[in-house]
Design a protein around this ligand. Structure first.
Ligand SMILES: [Zn+2]
Length: 97
């Protein structure tokens, strides 16, 4: 019974970690070893911003500003970070060499 709770904590920890762009396998192991404490750690651990951004870029949810390299909405006409106009970048596939 107790083992089931521990495994469940590992599972929940890995789900939380994966949603934050972190290693699901590593956090499953951690959550299984630490039980509810691993679950708590996964909750307070900050998101892995780089991994989340890479995922958003690949999925097409975001695009990178050519001026400041911040991630912005794919159909934005003006960068919200540096204010650069992006209109001339619209219309292309974004994969031109
Ligand atoms: Zn920008």
């Amino acid at each position: 019974m107790l083992v089931g709770i521990w495994l469940f904590c590992g599972l929940v920890s890995s789900v939380i970690a994966t949603s934050k762009g972190r290693s699901g396998c590593g956090w499953f192991a951690l959550g299984t070893v630490l039980g509810p404490f691993g679950f708590g750690l996964a909750l307070i651990a900050g998101p892995n911003r780089t991994a989340l951004e890479e995922h958003a870029l690949k999925a097409g949810d975001m695009k990178m500003c050519p001026h400041c390299a911040e991630l912005i909405e794919p159909n934005a006409v003006r960068c919200k970070f540096c204010g650069a106009s992006l209109e001339k970048y619209l219309g292309g596939t974004g994969q031109d060499p």
